[in-house]
Design a protein around this ligand. Structure first.
Ligand SMILES: [Cu+2]
Length: 87
Protein backbone atom coordinates (compact mmCIF):
# COMPACT_ATOMS: atom_id res chain seq x y z
CA UNK A 1 0.00 0.00 0.00
CA UNK A 2 2.77 2.42 0.89
CA UNK A 3 4.59 1.63 -2.33
CA UNK A 4 1.51 2.22 -4.45
CA UNK A 5 0.83 5.59 -2.81
CA UNK A 6 4.41 6.66 -3.39
CA UNK A 7 4.26 5.61 -7.04
CA UNK A 8 1.07 7.58 -7.59
CA UNK A 9 2.58 10.64 -5.97
CA UNK A 10 5.71 10.42 -8.08
CA UNK A 11 3.72 9.94 -11.28
CA UNK A 12 1.45 12.90 -10.71
CA UNK A 13 4.30 15.13 -9.59
CA UNK A 14 6.45 14.46 -12.63
CA UNK A 15 3.78 15.15 -15.26
CA UNK A 16 0.97 16.89 -13.44
CA UNK A 17 -0.08 19.25 -16.23
CA UNK A 18 1.39 17.70 -19.36
CA UNK A 19 0.25 19.38 -22.54
CA UNK A 20 0.42 17.88 -26.02
CA UNK A 21 2.45 19.82 -28.53
CA UNK A 22 4.08 19.70 -31.98
CA UNK A 23 7.47 21.33 -32.40
CA UNK A 24 7.51 23.90 -35.24
CA UNK A 25 10.89 25.59 -34.71
CA UNK A 26 13.78 25.12 -32.38
CA UNK A 27 16.67 27.51 -31.71
CA UNK A 28 18.63 26.27 -28.73
CA UNK A 29 21.39 28.85 -29.17
CA UNK A 30 18.86 31.49 -28.25
CA UNK A 31 16.92 29.24 -25.88
CA UNK A 32 13.71 29.36 -27.94
CA UNK A 33 11.25 26.76 -29.15
CA UNK A 34 8.00 27.25 -31.10
CA UNK A 35 5.25 24.78 -30.28
CA UNK A 36 1.70 24.30 -31.51
CA UNK A 37 0.10 23.38 -28.22
CA UNK A 38 -3.16 22.11 -26.77
CA UNK A 39 -4.78 24.24 -24.02
CA UNK A 40 -2.50 24.97 -21.03
CA UNK A 41 -4.68 25.25 -17.92
CA UNK A 42 -2.09 26.67 -15.54
CA UNK A 43 -1.34 29.52 -17.98
CA UNK A 44 -5.00 30.01 -18.91
CA UNK A 45 -4.29 29.51 -22.63
CA UNK A 46 -6.22 27.89 -25.40
CA UNK A 47 -4.74 26.07 -28.35
CA UNK A 48 -2.20 28.10 -30.34
CA UNK A 49 1.28 28.23 -31.84
CA UNK A 50 3.77 30.27 -29.84
CA UNK A 51 7.35 30.57 -28.68
CA UNK A 52 8.62 29.38 -25.30
CA UNK A 53 11.93 29.67 -23.54
CA UNK A 54 13.79 26.38 -23.17
CA UNK A 55 17.18 25.43 -21.79
CA UNK A 56 19.68 23.68 -24.10
CA UNK A 57 19.67 20.74 -21.66
CA UNK A 58 15.89 20.25 -21.92
CA UNK A 59 15.89 20.72 -25.69
CA UNK A 60 18.90 18.66 -26.66
CA UNK A 61 16.99 15.60 -27.98
CA UNK A 62 14.19 17.54 -29.68
CA UNK A 63 13.75 18.38 -33.33
CA UNK A 64 11.20 20.03 -35.61
CA UNK A 65 8.22 17.73 -36.19
CA UNK A 66 8.49 15.92 -32.85
CA UNK A 67 5.28 15.36 -30.93
CA UNK A 68 5.81 16.05 -27.25
CA UNK A 69 4.17 16.15 -23.86
CA UNK A 70 5.40 19.14 -21.91
CA UNK A 71 4.81 21.40 -18.93
CA UNK A 72 5.10 25.17 -19.16
CA UNK A 73 5.17 27.91 -16.58
CA UNK A 74 6.35 31.46 -16.04
CA UNK A 75 9.99 31.48 -14.95
CA UNK A 76 11.35 34.96 -14.12
CA UNK A 77 8.53 36.42 -16.20
CA UNK A 78 9.20 34.34 -19.33
CA UNK A 79 6.90 31.54 -20.38
CA UNK A 80 9.18 28.51 -20.33
CA UNK A 81 9.13 24.80 -20.98
CA UNK A 82 9.85 23.21 -17.59
CA UNK A 83 9.54 19.53 -18.53
CA UNK A 84 9.32 17.73 -21.83
CA UNK A 85 9.23 14.21 -23.21
CA UNK A 86 8.45 12.79 -26.64
CA UNK A 87 4.98 11.29 -27.05
CU1 LIG B 1 0.16 29.53 -25.93
Amino acid sequence: MKTLTLLLLLTSASFAQSVKGDIRKIDLENGRITITHAPIKNLDMGEMTMGFRITPELGKDLKVGDKILFDADRVDGAISVTKVKKQ
